[in-house]
Design a protein around this ligand. Sequence first.
Ligand SMILES: *Cc1c(COP(=O)(O)O)cnc(C)c1O
Length: 392
Amino acid sequence: MTLPCIEPRDRLLMGPGPSNVHRRVLEAMSQPTIGHLDPIFSDMMDAVKDLLRKMFQTRNALTIPLSGPGSVAMETCFVNLVEPHDEVIICINGAFGERMADVAKRCGGTVFRVDAPWGQAIDVEAAKEAIAANPTAKILAFIHAETSTGVCNDAEALCRLANERGLLSIADAVTSLAGIPVNADGWQADAVYSGTQKCLSCPPGLSLLTMSEKAEAKIRQRKTPIQSWFMDLSLLMAYWDGEGGRTYHHTAPVNAIYGLYQALRDVQDEGLEARWSRHKTAHQALVAALESLGLDMVVDEAVRLPQLNAVAIPDGVDDAKVRGILINDHDIEIGAGLGPFAGKIWRVGLMGETARLENVRRLITALGSTLNAMDFKCDTDEALARIEDLND
Ligand SMILES: *Cc1c(COP(=O)(O)O)cnc(C)c1O
């Protein structure tokens, strides 16, 4: 039997992640592997930590990449900060909020939910009431950019609330970082984590974490040992901190870190503000063109994420068929709906490298022709013209 060769097609990745990765990052990852305690690698680790602090807008000492995808960063936060029977308030308005609640329970936490319907933002007043009703709660956790719905929660208000009431905050910034402002110090957040495969445009497999001194103190004061050896931050810091020489914890994914380093440098070269505004421009073009085609956005404009666009699937249009044509005939991936949104929405990602007008044009051209072939009549040229109008 001949084995299939490794020849993935060059897809346009407009789903909920991963996003398209620039050649520079892929080339960085193909450089020679060296030891994870090699002095050359140590210098790179220091540079990575500095660049991460700029990305998270923080001075937190504990700011490191983790060896595992975004879910590992989520789990690392809860495993370190939650002790058995700790009360944890979790804001839930989508699939990733649900995942947080699941993780917190598995750490032995007692979870109190602050729910909002899918497609809507968390009501900060409801979070306030939940804290008042549970005065011994220790943690408030939420998703900044809820990738299952395209909703942006008010991270600043939620972190400030937690801080005022003496709770630690955990903010999931997996989809927000490098796409919209994330300001760990400005928010006074205690734990903020992210991933590499969304707006940072680095292959999946790594995640990013920053923790405040207050969060570090909480870990030091634990009465029970951290149940995970791999995710124990006190052990991980002996490798990443390097005071008095780095010690072996686990073998760092050296080549993946090369890629992260390159992607972080690319963000630095572009500038955070310019990157946020590129996401916004692509988003505005996409929305104008989709609405011109006759499609509706699901999320209210005030809380819409630019990098994840929930689009209502028109009645009578076959969800799976459209996505199938886009990927098989046009090499374009868009995302399906999850949970209550399954079959009802498409999730169009404009993350990192993907967030460019030429990609929006390419999607609109392909989607317009696909919809017309399925008897949903729309004017593709008119929709494309709307994109150019915005550019003038
Ligand atoms: C993608 C995502 C995660 C999980 O990241 P993985 O890399 O898939 O493990 C967590 N939270 C949010 C909000 C995400 O969008």
